[in-house]
Ligand binder design. Structure first.
Ligand code: FMN
Length: 149
């Protein structure tokens, strides 16, 4: 596994930060990365990388973020059979049942199109604190080492 694609959706920066932590960890592990904002990303890019990371925020108590709608619909139209993927995202525990619901939505979407989940989906409350950073790094490492585990 040598290359990774990270797509994030972030309005106030928390998920961009989560994506950056994943990106840095991957680079530390010697993996070539490409990180992009969902608005400027195409679902077909995932096919060109060994592992796919998705990092969305959650909004509107269960609705997808507006700028994630097209991407999500497009994702369901492609075939990512046997592509390993991992989803992490920051939401707000205030939303209780809808906490990080978009993380769950994308996890289900990747599974539906044949993806192999490389790490348990990770939910982060608001801006990542020190413990979250550690968890994000572990999540990243676990995903990358999926086939070695
Ligand atoms: N967080 C959730 O976990 N579930 C939600 O349903 C949800 N709805 C939101 C609706 C509104 C109007 C706003 C302003 C925030 C909502 N959030 C929800 C919280 C954001 O997902 C959270 O603040 C997140 O960290 C923002 O990420 P960002 O900084 O990358 O934009």
């Amino acid at each position: 596994l040598t290359t990774a694609k990270i797509v994030y959706a972030s309005m106030t920066g928390n998920n961009e930060e989560v994506a950056s932590i994943i990106d840095e960890k991957l680079q530390d592990m010697g993996i070539q990365t490409d990180m992009s904002d969902i608005t400027f990303s195409d679902v077909n890019e995932f096919s060109e990388y060994d592992i796919a990371f998705m990092v969305p925020y959650s909004y509107g108590e269960g609705e997808l973020p507006d700028e994630a709608l097209d991407f999500y619909e497009d994702l369901l139209e492609i075939d990512l059979t046997d592509k390993i993927f991992a989803v992490a995202g920051s939401g707000d525990v205030f939303y209780e049942d809808a906490y990080c619901i978009t993380v769950d939505d994308f996890t289900k979407a990747f599974l539906k199109i044949g993806g192999i989940q490389a790490a348990e989906s990770l939910k982060i409350n608001l801006a990542p604190d020190l413990e979250d950073i550690e968890n994000i790094e572990q999540f990243t490492e676990k995903a990358v080492n999926f086939y070695e585990a």
